[in-house]
Design a protein. Structure first.
Length: 117
């Protein structure tokens, strides 16, 4: 499975971005898909994830109410709509996909999100 993330960029505080992550390869083996982020000098942290059917989503408290994760299985793509962005959202955002075990084995290359104050 290969994951290609896109959609990052530079945005002012209060703005919005939509991240996309397209999966290719053995996509039939993908179950959950998620987004993680890593800010400079910090460890990678969970942002949001979504189950295979799209019926269950989970969010980190830091983005809850400001972000929406969704997926289009026909396109093998997961999205993260981020609104009301804050400078503390600045990070490299990584998409990930899990197997049936729920463990995130597959990772994308990351896309930079920078929020200016």
């Amino acid at each position: 499975v290969q994951l290609q993330a896109s959609g990052g960029g530079l945005v002012q505080a209060g703005g919005s971005l939509r991240l996309s992550c397209a999966a290719s390869g053995r996509t039939f083996s993908i179950y959950n898909m998620g987004w993680f982020r890593q800010a400079p000098g910090k460890e990678r942290e969970f942002v949001a994830d979504i189950n295979r059917s799209g019926s269950i989503t989970n969010y980190a408290d830091s983005v809850k109410g400001r972000s929406t994760i969704s997926r289009d299985n026909a396109k093998n793509t997961v999205y993260l709509q981020m609104n009301s962005l804050k400078p503390e959202d600045t990070a490299v955002y990584y998409c990930a996909a899990s197997s049936s075990s729920g463990n995130y084995y597959y990772w994308g290359q990351g896309t930079q999100v920078t929020v200016s104050s």
